[in-house]
Design a protein around this ligand. Structure first.
Ligand code: NBP
Length: 484
């Protein structure tokens, strides 16, 4: 008789297949189910042949194969599909069973599902999975959160299959209740958007200002990858730049310059707006993809607006040194903004996120993995209550050292008319952050002038609000809706 499986997995597309193989490679008995049975059959006959994976044609048979309390991982298209499958599963489940959603679900959906299933005696865990196909198979970064009661039963299954750091620790850690896991995964993806755009802007500046060939630019990125910019995205950029099409020309040149966005970048920006966090760099990266996708408009505008013209003259080696420093500084600022978003969500939603631990589990397996994340873990280890990552010693020292380089790079780009929205945005944020006085006094005056929204005074304690009858014609009544 077949022994009961330790975990079940529903959804055999690229992520589900690879995660179930990863579980099997770690010795777990895995049952799998997929809506389209032909896919299950092909998997069992193909990649899963000779492993501890068993496939089932019906949900009833799949559920019967699982050891109680059942642990079922959903690797499904995010959205209503997850609710549909939960509905289909409910008649078969018993109190204490655990559902793990490993897809890119919205954190609000996860929070709702945790509450809904708790009412039925079931545990629901929203587990961010990052690392794509390779990560899913060899070790992803896993970001679980939700029903804490499930964690002691899941820990022995999830810790071994996640990526491992050189100190032997696993890139998986319990993050918090409700939608905490999926929120952290969402911010991971937002940071990924920012990193990718910053790298793309650097490539664009090198191409346009220095006129180097793709192979040479690939060598520059490979060199950067051996220094403080060391990361998966810089590494693959070097490889992409050197990759040749069938005719020997760089494949990158043949790829259409219109980037897609699937939603997690937008969700991150939505969350930042909801929580009032200046997540300017990631926001710019989403908008940069939107502008890139407006290819027809750009083609129409190009001949109408010729730009400044002229060629750049300067020391190419100095420009490359500056660009490396500028890229590192902009990256620091992006992560500073991302971690501020995490800190605020943690406080507002009472998640008690361990931000140093978040940085640690992102150091392996996931798309934004990099050496630099260790620096963030160290900053939070030294000061767990750190309010602004950029004020931690390594960060403030680097920003002070690199700001002149960032200004020079941006000046070169702006003068030549080369767009670098995220590099520019990082400097704008930095200059705003280090300004003890901003022109928001005028904004408050304007708001009070036209809408009686009131203002605070510099010569009075915070929290006391004043209204001025600016024209002599308004009354003394103030707006009750926006004292801020
Ligand atoms: P997809 O996101 O393409 O989802 C495909 C799976 O959903 C298939 O198993 C499909 O079954 C199933 N499905 C659909 Br579509 N509609 C269904 C329904 N009404 N009822 C039951 N099953 C249904 O797969 P993926 O790319 O492997 O991603 C899985 C999850 O992991 C997603 O949430 C994704 O955002 C997330 N993720 C993906 C990556 C990545 O690199 N791809 C990385 C990290 C996270 P079928 O075979 O019968 O159509």
């Amino acid at each position: 008789m077949q022994t009961a499986a330790e975990i079940g997995l529903i959804g055999l597309a690229v992520m589900g297949e690879n995660l179930s193989l990863n579980l099997a490679n770690h010795g777990f008995a895995v049952s799998v189910f997929n809506r389209t049975t032909a896919r299950t059959d092909a998997f069992i006959r193909g990649r899963a042949r000779g492993t501890t994976i068993s496939g089932y044609p019906t949900l009833a048979a799949f559920i019967r194969s699982l050891a109680p309390p059942r642990k079922i991982m959903l690797m499904l298209k995010a959205g209503p599909v997850v609710d549909e499958v939960i509905e289909q599963l409910l008649p078969y489940l018993e109190a204490g069973d655990i559902l793990i959603d490993g897809g890119n679900s919205h954190y609000r959906d996860t929070k709702r599902r945790v509450v809904m299933l708790k009412g039925q005696g079931l545990h629901f865990v929203g587990c961010g999975v990052s690392g794509g196909e390779e990560g899913a198979l060899h070790g992803p970064s896993l970001m679980p959160g939700g029903s804490k009661e499930a964690w002691p039963l899941l820990e022995p299954l999830l810790l071994p299959i996640a990526a491992r750091l050189s100190d032997g620790s696993s890139c998986c850690s319990w993050l918090g209740p409700g939608g905490a896991g999926h929120f952290v995964k969402m911010v991971h993806n937002g940071i990924e958007y920012g990193d990718m755009q910053l790298i793309a802007e650097s490539y664009h500046l090198i191409t346009e200002l220095l006129g180097l060939e793709h192979r040479q630019i690939g060598e520059i990125f490979a060199r950067w990858n051996s220094g403080r910019l060391n990361s998966y995205l810089i590494e693959i950029t070097a490889e992409i730049l050197s990759f040749q099409d069938e005719d020997g020309s760089p494949l990158l040149e043949a790829i259409l310059d219109a980037a897609a966005q699937k939603g997690t970048g937008k969700w991150t920006v939505d969350a930042a707006l909801d929580l009032g966090i200046p997540l300017s760099l990631i926001s710019e990266s989403v908008f940069a993809r939107c502008l890139s996708a407006s290819k027809e408009q750009r083609l129409a505008a190009a001949p109408v607006f010729p730009g400044p013209g002229g060629s750049w003259s300067g020391d190419p080696r100095a420009l490359l040194r500056d660009l490396e420093a500028a890229l590192y500084m902009a990256k620091l600022i992006s992560y500073g903004q991302g971690f501020q978003l995490l800190a605020t969500a943690s406080r507002d939603f009472s998640w008690n996120l361990d931000l140093g631990e978040v940085a640690r589990i992102w150091r392996g397996g996931c798309i934004i993995r990099s050496a630099f994340l260790e620096t963030i873990s160290q900053a939070y280890a030294q000061c767990p209550e750190l309010d602004q990552l950029l004020l931690a010693p390594h960060f403030s020292t680097t920003l002070n050292q690199a700001q002149a380089a960032l200004r020079r790079v941006i000046t070169a780009g702006v003068t030549a008319g080369i767009p670098a929205p995220c590099l520019c945005s990082s400097l704008q944020y930095f200059d705003g952050l280090r300004s003890s006085r901003l022109p928001a006094n005028l904004i408050q005056a304007q708001r009070d002038y036209f809408g009686a929204h009131t203002y605070e005074r510099t010569d009075q304690p915070r929290g006391r609000f004043f209204h001025t009858n600016w024209t002599g014609q308004g009354g003394e009544t103030t707006s009750g809706s926006s004292k801020r």
